[in-house]
Design a protein around this ligand. Structure first.
Ligand SMILES: Nc1nc2c(c(=O)[nH]1)N[C@H]1C(S)=C(S)[C@@H](COP(=O)(O)OP(=O)(O)OC[C@H]3O[C@@H](n4cnc5c(=O)[nH]c(N)nc54)[C@H](O)[C@@H]3O)O[C@H]1N2
Ligand SMILES: Nc1nc2c(c(=O)[nH]1)N[C@H]1C(S)=C(S)[C@@H](COP(=O)(O)OP(=O)(O)OC[C@H]3O[C@@H](n4cnc5c(=O)[nH]c(N)nc54)[C@H](O)[C@@H]3O)O[C@H]1N2
Ligand code: SF4
Ligand SMILES: [Mo]
Length: 749
């Protein structure tokens, strides 16, 4: 008999409600759920990943059982073992390391977190263990923009664009490719007459349909936004009531902004002054307005300053906490999922967090200030803080400031997605690292270097309670469609069972009272007066009712206005949080460390600015290269080069070219594109070749086209407030790679 299961697909940021057809525990097909209330663009009926669901699920390379290394790291020799043996041995080793070097010598790295929906379990394991060293992509991804929103106005917006938005500003973001839910709403708003402003060095599809496209020089967003503030101040386009009553530091800002006259901004950004004026006026006079920032701004070495300016713009125009503007939803009053992480930032052991003294804003010192303010206004603090990845990889190699002896990677492929692959490789291969464990659905270049590789259950094999640590404006409930273990066929685990299994072996029994993930979810939703199962079947997608201008309401506990969750209770144009941490409290422009302006000598040898990682459909980071029907749609990595540049370098469409920086060089296929300046090139990230040999020196061709071989992670060049490594500004040179490429093509075709 065919069963139809209601699941949540997390293969990309669509997080779509889907129907999974199953017979005798076999997957038949997956279809979009027509009744699911949240729609996406492009419509998921044609989603190539969904169409390939069976190919993915029954892929011959899918990991089915735990593997233990028997040869050297990277030699590709494995022995199949049971889960009990794997967890027993890993648990034993962790205990030994903890006793000898302290819990902080055990670390974890993870990837684009919302996919697994269950980041809390790893955090819980580490909180009980007493190690502050979880590193991962948060330092370059969502956490960066969330953090700066929290610093300036005490909370972050999540999915806040609405069809009623009247002006949408895309700041280094291309939702038509990367964010299916947001794209749908933007198109709806645009159909209703909303203005669209795109700030991007490339002519994206959104830029093509925008009212204004500001083609800026990469890395100069902070200057551009300061220029927009200048216009809004000069022309008095700001919301006087909001500024007077709810903004802190207007006069100081006014002084600072004098340093950014439009002629200077034009010179820095290459955006004509009248374009900046026009954009500022459009944004300030079409309300509600919302800014959606993406990796174009988050991956910059001066991202904190740019995001600071972005929040000042939102505040000056009175767009904060209004419907269709920057909606501050806050924690779900009845959900307790985030509590699972046990994120008390005042714990003494958190003082050992790697990078804490330096990147104080993102790390525990900043988080402590933010958490105190949030407790007063939002009852619950958010908890996003991570140790610094580049510092941790160096600690593995150098043993400083203390040794890191064990690393567990789940849901990530750091050999491909972390900056400076050569250093990551050295660290993962180092004998200093006594234990490396990878928990994934497939064998990857990272997994090839592990001592144990453990098979992960995917979204098809586990229930889902998706609400972005309780902060999303909606909660999604999905059921497991397929068993995670079929004896004789495969035996995989979900995140909960994996971390619980390890926790129990490390004496954490009392912290893992729930026998399985569903029981744990029942605990999270207890106050909803329904079981998790009932919520899957009766609710599936709970849309939260929202209130706006909450800062103006009287807090019943204090009898005072609620205000914003910042030290002054106002939106801090002048940030007392930054000041307290010893940083400049106002935004400013700082040239990226590796640019033709800051380093003209280097630019003689490496004359192009390299930006990386603009998303492609249908690929998702380093995934899907192994699924033929999907790979066919995007078989090779493409580097975008302006036709004039290509002509000068005798490069033609489809030629393999070398992209070289100070760190290294890789090959990608040239595609000529006049929507980018002649001195800028854009390379894709995430490339490895699952069709090439897994063992060293190949590691699935990880050295061939993986752009992170070329990116920088030197802590001195990271953003000094947050720690972000610069994925989108580097100097490079490019040249044709005729002979090598022919050889390489033969191998991968
Ligand atoms: N140069 C450059 N580098 C970048 C970027 C860029 O723009 N330019 N972008 C950065 C950003 S924003 C991000 S978020 C990161 C992403 O970095 P990662 O998260 O490391 O990227 P993925 O390739 O998605 O790796 C996820 C791994 O998890 C596995 N996986 C899939 N589903 C599951 C599951 O359910 N459970 C488990 N345990 N594993 C699963 C996949 O097989 C894959 O190997 O990359 C960053 N790196
Ligand atoms: N299909 C697919 N969807 C995805 C992903 C995927 O890998 N594949 N990854 C997911 C993840 S984890 C993330 S974080 C999101 C990211 O999605 P987005 O936030 O949309 O980011 P990107 O597409 O990486 O980059 C957006 C734009 O930044 C521009 N850019 C580059 N440098 C600069 C600069 O200096 N300033 C400005 N203003 N812009 C610049 C690029 O030209 C690019 O068009 O996508 C998510 N969705
Ligand atoms: S892959 Fe993305 S767009 Fe396609 S169904 Fe899944 S979540 Fe939706
Ligand atoms: Mo990301």
């Amino acid at each position: 008999m065919t069963e139809v299961k209601k699941s949540i697909c997390t293969w990309c940021k669509g997080e779509c409600g889907v129907l999974v057809y199953v017979e005798n525990s076999r997957l038949l097909k997956v279809e979009p759920d027509p009744d699911f209330p949240i729609k996406v663009y492009p419509p998921n009926e044609g989603c190539p990943r969904l169409l390939a669901a069976k190919e993915w699920f029954y892929h011959p390379d899918r990991l089915n059982y735990p593997l233990k290394r028997v040869g050297e790291r990277g030699e590709g020799k494995w022995e199949r073992i049971s889960w009990d043996q794997a967890l027993d041995e890993i648990g034993e080793k962790l205990k030994e390391i903890k006793e000898k070097y302290g819990p902080e010598s055990i670390a974890a790295t993870h990837g684009t977190e919302p996919r697994t929906v269950d980041i809390e379990f790893k955090a819980r394991f580490f909180s009980v263990l007493g190690s502050p060293n979880i590193i991962g992509q948060a330092t370059v991804c969502f956490a960066v923009r969330a953090l700066m929103a929290e610093v300036i106005c005490g909370m972050f917006p999540l999915y806040s664009v609405k069809p009623s938005s009247r002006c949408i500003v895309l700041l280094g973001c291309e939702p038509l490719v990367s964010r299916p839910k947001t794209a749908k709403i933007i198109l709806d708003a645009k159909n209703k007459g909303a203005k669209l402003i795109v700030i991007d060095p490339r002519r994206t599809r959104s830029a093509s349909m925008a009212d204004i496209w500001l083609k800026l020089r990469p890395g100069t967003d902070a200057a551009l936004l300061l220029g927009m503030i200048n216009v809004i101040m000069k022309e008095e386009l700001y919301d006087k009531h909001f500024v007077e009553n709810w903004c802190y530091g207007f006069d100081e800002l006014k002084e600072r902004i004098k340093e950014y006259p439009l002629e200077k901004v034009e010179k820095i950004t290459r955006v004509p002054a009248n374009g900046i004026e026009e954009a500022a006026r459009m944004y300030a006079t079409n309300k509600p307005g919302v800014m959606i920032e993406g990796m174009g701004i988050e991956h910059l070495p001066n991202n904190a300053q740019a995001l600071h300016a972005r929040w000042i713009l939102a505040a000056l125009t009175g767009n904060i906490d209004v419907e269709g503007g920057e909606e501050l939803t806050g924690p779900h009053p009845k959900m307790r999922k985030a509590e699972l992480a046990l994120m008390a930032v005042d714990d003494d052991w958190r003082k050992k967090q790697l990078g804490r003294e330096r990147f104080r804003l993102f790390q525990v010192p900043g988080r402590q200030i933010i958490a105190r303010c949030q407790k007063k206004v939002w009852c619950r603090p958010t908890g996003i803080t991570q140790a610094h990845g580049p510092t941790l990889y160096r600690a593995i190699l150098e043993g400083k400031p203390y040794p890191i002896k064990a690393l567990i990677t789940s849901d990530s492929n750091p050999m491909v997605t972390q900056a400076n692959t050569k250093l990551v490789y050295k660290a993962l291969k180092s004998p200093n690292l006594e234990l490396y464990v990878v928990f994934d659905c497939f064998m990857t270049p990272s997994a090839m270097l592990a001592d144990y590789v453990l098979p992960a259950a995917s979204w098809l094999e586990r229930p889902a309670l998706w609400n972005f640590d309780d902060y999303a404006p909606y909660t999604l409930f999905g059921e497991a469609a397929l068993p995670s273990c079929i004896p004789g066929e495969y035996d995989r685990k979900n995140e909960y069972d994996f971390w619980r299994g390890l926790g129990i072996r490390l004496g954490q029994q009392e912290y893992w009272p729930w026998e399985n993930l569903e029981e744990c979810y029942d605990w999270c939703v207890k106050e909803m007066n329904k079981t998790f199962k009932e919520l899957v079947h009766d609710v599936r997608c709970e849309l939260r009712t929202q209130e706006f201008k909450k800062y103006e309401k009287i807090d019943p506990n204090t009898g005072k206005l609620a205000g914003f969750a910042t030290p002054t209770g106002k939106v801090e144009l002048y940030s007392t949080v930054l000041e307290k941490l010893g940083y400049d409290p106002l935004p400013y422009y700082e040239e990226p460390t590796e640019s033709p302006v800051s380093n003209p000598e280097l630019a003689k040898k490496f004359p192009f600015v390299l930006i990386t990682g603009g998303r492609t459909r249908p690929l998702f980071h380093s995934e899907w290269r192994n699924v033929k029907s999907v790979r066919r749609l995007h078989p090779y990595p493409l580097v975008q080069i302006h036709p004039e540049t290509a002509k000068k370098l005798s490069i033609e469409e489809g030629d393999w070219v070398w992209i070289e920086t100070l760190r290294g060089k890789v090959l990608q296929k040239a595609t000529l594109f006049d929507g980018i300046d002649p001195d800028i090139v854009h390379a894709e990230h995430g490339w490895w070749y699952p069709e090439l040999p897994p063992e060293e020196p190949w590691l699935y061709g990880v050295w061939l086209s993986n752009i992170n071989v070329c990116t920088d992670d030197d802590p001195n060049n990271c953003n000094q407030q947050i720690g972000t490594w610069p994925l989108r500004t580097a100097l490079c040179r490019i040249y044709k790679a005729a002979e090598v490429a022919k050889l390489f093509c033969g191998m991968t075709e």
